[in-house]
Design a protein around this ligand. Sequence first.
Ligand code: CP
Ligand code: NVA
Length: 310
Amino acid sequence: MATRHFLDLSDAGGDAIAAMIGDAIDRKAARRIWPKGQSDADAPLAGRVLAMIFEKSSTRTRVSFDMAMRQLGGSALILDAGTSQLGRGETIADTARVLSRMADAIMIRTDDHAKIEEMARHATVPVINGLTDRSHPCQIVADLLTVIEHGKPLPGLEVAWLGDGNNVLHSVLEAAALMKFNVRVGVPEGYDPEPQFVELARAAGSRVTITRDAEEAAAAADVVVTDTWVSMGQAHAEEKLAAMEPYRVDGALMARAKGDAIFLHCLPAHVGDEVSEDVFEGPQSVVFDEAENRIHAQKSVLLWCFGLLG
Ligand code: CP
Ligand code: NVA
């Protein structure tokens, strides 16, 4: 079997993603009342070590992958840019070859997507994208799991994205292509998602609407999603924040969606900016289910990478 890298959702494909979600649901149910650090009964990754590289900050990705490895019977270690030789200029290629000799898989969070492609080219163990400036596929596996858990089948789902056309939206659009749902993007001019992701979803038959009208984007949606207006590594531009104002998910905007719509946010949130406090703390918000699901989803991603799923 060729080494399974998970740089984007398309590396796995729709069938494998469905298998990942199914396995996550089963494993989550089987350990509902267990201590979080106890390994699953089958400990499928016993003896395996995941090396995690962080060139950007993280709470959820860092903890969820660590806990995922523990629950699968393995373990994880962390290298951060500031204290590893990567931060002093050692090449990605050499880092990939060294870590492939010392660990069983690599998870990397970085800026330029080309860096994880370079890592995958030189690694002989699976490489997982823990977020780049271009995409955040691991987050979206957790989001899809959350949507399904809340009783919403993916095919034909109407997803509204409000705010910045960023890395997380790119992975939402890729998921739309693979899992056959539709996306309405309410985004100010100048902050559209990259056209390649819109075209990918449309080519697969998904309806993707890009609108400057936030209410049109939210209308009759099953799921309303937003993210920070300023992603890691981006300048904190007043001009951008001003352009984003009409796209804040507040009670009025949420009222445009279906009555049983859920609200998602990958976190960290800036309550008062991209989402109002009443929505963030309100009954339609499932953001902490979504955060917990990072663990369950990451376990599935890891099992797929090791050829044990899909
Ligand atoms: N959502 C997410 O990836 O969170 P972290 O930046 O905390 O990892
Ligand atoms: N778009 C955000 C996601 C954080 C998890 C960022 O890249 O900073």
